[in-house]
Ligand binder design. Sequence first.
Ligand code: ADP
Ligand code: DP6
Ligand code: CO
Length: 354
Amino acid sequence: MADTKIYQASTTAPVNIAVVKYWGKRDPKLNLPTNSSISVTLSQDDLRTHTTASCSSTFASDTLLLNSQSQDTSGARTQACFRELRALRAALEASNSSLPKLSSLPLRIVSENNFPTAAGLASSAAGFAALVRAIANLYELPATPTALSRIARQGSGSACRSLFGGYVAWEMGSKDDGSDSLAVEVAPASHWPTMRALILVVSAEKKGVSSTSGMQITVATSQLFQRRAEIVVPAAMVAMKKAIKEKDFESFGKVTMMESNSFHATCLDTFPPIFYLNDVSKAAIRLVEDINNAAGKIIAAYTFDAGPNAVIYYEEENTAAVAGVIKGALGGLEGWASREIEPKESTSLDARAV
Ligand code: ADP
Ligand code: DP6
Ligand code: CO
């Protein structure tokens, strides 16, 4: 009798915010970057994607529903993830004939982000990490986070870092096939338990220039870009790993802020220029400067991805001096919302109902 069962698995994946930024692809097809990057994975309680993957012979075709809206699954990125995961499942099925042949069934993906999508808060990172892990769970693949990171990278570069918690590096690798362009843990969240992040949502609107197309125009036109990729970022990678290992907040903060500024300077140097920061973002930068000047040292560090929303890192002991002051100064402004978040280990809530 034909198998008409619906096979299903769910997972969640957290957002990660880069402190050394990925911006530029050396191979757009395989999503291989022009520089390595480092991020901090934020708590899933606040910013996360929840994704359910199912497959069944009763489904007509592959589908993806994001926040209740149907998405195109024919894009090369989504297709690459589906193809790689199906190939791993097919290999399992070939070695064990008692396994149901899930690799040939249409997939149905249903995903929800509990934070703004495409607004510079790394929805593509949490989104593709969750998509890849949900399907890996559905297929019962014995894959490590690093192995899954190679697949998630092809969905969205930053997604490879969301398969780990804590402090994560995406090593750019040097091979043409991308097999060494992977995420690795720098330190678990428990290594630096006093680290905190304040998310300032300036705008939940979809950004004007997506990360994918923005970095493409930068690579093609920016004169600062090459220096950034070859000199600025490699030095920042070394300094950031050292700062994290030594839990040296002043160094962590300085590299984080200079990296964000370097990235946005490169965006401005793109032609036509890309403006991700707005006046409110700039007010947040000044406020962090005032806080650090008042403290006589760096106790707060801002960073902005491809959007106007700020993420401010600080240590727990400085909660009042940083989060308190920022919320007091900006909380009254219309359009601001803030959330305090702890970096967390990456955990997944896996449910399998067959
Ligand atoms: P962001 O700054 O939010 O990462 P990007 O421009 O990098 O913005 O990517 C946004 C795109 O990522 C969305 O338009 C969508 O195609 C994809 N995306 C976001 N969330 C998900 C999700 N949960 N599942 C699948 N794809 C997602
Ligand atoms: C500024 O990973 O969203 O957030 O690989 O094209 O999907 P694609 O781009 P994406 O770019 C993220 C850029 C960034 C910096 C970072 O997260 O490292
Ligand atoms: Co993104």
